[in-house]
Ligand binder design. Structure first.
Ligand code: PHE
Length: 336
């Protein structure tokens, strides 16, 4: 097989490649030139035998010069690369921007909630997601036949628990209030963030969602204090331009009870924002609930509220469908 012997230009190209090679490339070039079977120089030298006389000795001379030049270039480059590793390795050199993750919107928001209420002197108290009817309903003053206890609304758990006190996935964070009041002496103020479960699913409901409950009990805590605390916190968490409206409501564990809606246009006119959305149920803690926790209602009074976390995030970030928060789609999550 006739091999094209490289010409002067080809040799020069090899020299250039050697001069700019990394150590991996250098090893490749060395193999390409001097490889025992297919090395370009090895083959060119073998070709010599097909020439005769003067032509052969002229070519041999040329090839030997190239061989020496290239071999030297490779040796020099090798020692350059070796000695430059220490000196040229710059620890302060900036690397290409790495992609950094961040907290999901829900835990991120709950941390902000804890911080805002923490600054107002509120404790943070977490309790179990599995409760029983006593804590989810009875101690919160729900009558035995209250509609909220229906299996249509609550996820009951199969267990050996007695039929009148079945285990369930808590339907609200309110059992946390009871557990806190049973183990603390008033005056106190605390928030109770966490997951809750209900048989609901549409654009503004998910079977699992997050609430944070608040409770403040003292000698003369009033509804005015409640509005003050809630509105200060929401403005801090969402926007100082947020608007609020209160409606009367009903919860067995507060009397009187209220529901508060919120509206905030945000900066996107086409968003669903600007519409009122219910975000919190609240009221003055019912005397029976205080009594159930060993607190004398003639001596102590206060308020409780329960916010829906996802709804607040929907308003804050102009998200039209709450379910996007749970689909784990990075294209959605990366926007925030
Ligand atoms: N637990 C109520 C709910 O889940 C909210 C609430 C909390 C209302 C505290 C009043 C006081 O809807």
């Amino acid at each position: 097989m006739a091999v094209m012997t490289p010409n002067a230009q080809d040799w020069a190209r090899y020299e250039n490649r050697i001069a700019s090679a990394s150590d991996v490339e250098l090893a490749e070039i060395e193999q390409e030139l001097f490889g025992r079977k297919n090395g370009v120089l090895t083959l060119a030298l073998k070709e010599l035998s097909s020439l005769d006389g003067d032509a052969r000795s002229a070519k041999a001379k040329e090839l030997n010069i190239q061989k020496k030049t290239l071999a030297e270039a490779i040796t020099t480059k090798k020692s350059d690369l070796l000695s430059s590793t220490d000196g040229a390795f710059d620890v302060t050199m900036s690397l290409p921007e790495a992609e950094r993750g961040h907290l999901h919107l829900i835990p991120e928001f709950i941390r902000e909630v804890e911080e805002v209420f923490g600054r107002m002197g509120f404790d943070v108290f977490r309790s179990a997601e599995i409760e029983d009817e006593e804590y989810n309903f009875d101690l919160l003053n729900f009558p035995k036949d209250h509609a909220a206890r229906d299996a249509q609304d609550v996820f009951f758990i199969k267990s050996d628990a007695p039929a009148d006190n079945k285990l369930l996935l808590r339907a609200h964070t309110s059992p946390g209030q009871i557990r806190y009041m049973q183990s603390n002496k008033p005056p106190f103020r605390a928030i109770f963030p966490g997951k809750v479960f209900r048989k609901d699913a549409d654009a503004t409901h998910s079977p699992m969602f997050h609430q944070f409950e608040g409770l403040m009990i003292g000698k003369d805590i009033s509804l005015a204090n409640m509005k003050g605390v809630m509105i200060t916190a929401i403005k801090e968490l969402i926007s100082h331009d947020a608007e609020f409206r209160c409606r009367t409501g009903y919860f067995p564990f507060t009397e009187p009870s209220m529901e508060m809606d919120m509206r905030w246009q945000g900066d996107d006119d086409s968003s669903r924002e600007g519409k009122w959305m219910e975000i919190v149920g609240c009221g003055m803690t019912h005397p029976n609930v205080l009594r159930n926790c060993g607190i004398n209602p003639d001596e102590w009074q206060g308020f409780a509220f329960g916010f829906g976390v996802e709804r607040m995030i929907m308003i804050k970030h102009q998200i039209p469908d709450l379910r996007s928060l749970f689909q784990g789609d990075r294209r959605f999550l990366k926007q925030f």
